[in-house]
Design a protein around this ligand. Sequence first.
Ligand code: GLY
Length: 378
Amino acid sequence: MLSGSQTPDSSLVEVSLDNRSYRIEIGTDSIGEFCQSILSALGDMSHAMVISDEAVETRWAMPIASSIAKAKTDSGDEVRVNLISIPSGETSKSFEQLDKLWQWMLESSCDRRSVVIAIGGGVIGDLAGFAAATFTRGIRFVQVPTTLLAMVDSSVGGKTGINLPTAKNMVGAFWQPSLVCIDTAILSTLPDRDFRSGLGEVVKYGVIDDAEFFHWLENNASALADRDDDAVRYAVAKSCQSKASVVGEDERETTGRRAILNYGHTFAHAIEATAGYGNVLHGEAVAIGMQMAASLAIELKLCEPDLLDRQTKLLKACGLPTTFAAADPQAMLPVMRRDKKVSHGNLRFVLPERIGSVLLLGDIQESGVINAINACKA
Ligand code: GLY
């Protein structure tokens, strides 16, 4: 039994962006319904180009592809379906993989009524979304995220792109999906550590935007960590609602509003880079990064120490790390100075003032940053 849950309508979230608006449909064991939703939302789709992560091809992408192939559009037409799988891992977010996808799309006679269906985690969503954004100057795409991290963050909001050899996410486009289909049953094949990593981003929404949700998380962390269906669906829907409202206010990250989604991320990117990509998972790095950001906020007297205590307790209850023994400020600082959020050489951070509210602050002294990093060494 979930504590404090009003069993909300956690099945539908709208992202309001004028003529780029779309729906996020959330369910459990809903793949059949989603195929129908895809066909209704994209009424004139003649051709589905399914781009999947190799790890989920057999279990999830093939059944989705064959359901679409068997279904008919509103006008009774059949949909041609092609499927390609991409090796798992961040190294696939590369120009080489993008080029392979463009060639495949060309050979598969992709045209303007073709729709890319991205089935995978953040890597597939970003790569397939960018292929969709660029092929014939842009075709429609649907996100079917298969990791918790992608369900609550990367599949929503239209950031697509690839990495350069020395810079993550450096080339890309804002290209909104036409629909996001989230089936939490897909998480059954996600390893436990990856699931917990996704909870790092979920906790983030409570701190940056929604004190009530943070409180709900405090009461339901163990149900979530145990992957209780209702708890997971509710947490995914609340996270998507927060992200949708922030993106609706600042789609292209120009006003500073969307930047709040990066709470903990400047520290996190530096942790990931200095620990070696893959050694610390993204959501784990975000958890530690949020601890560093909260420590910095306390040092700057922006918030009370109680905020850090509550955040620490919640992250621990979700099975996430809250310290990083190998944190090395001298190695992390140069990475942080290269962060896309740096403005005219000044370090900028998203810092909490209370649970549910954060500020974007520039001109932060390096000494404070070093103290915050050191405060989170085990
Ligand atoms: N993950 C941050 C954003 O979508 O803006």
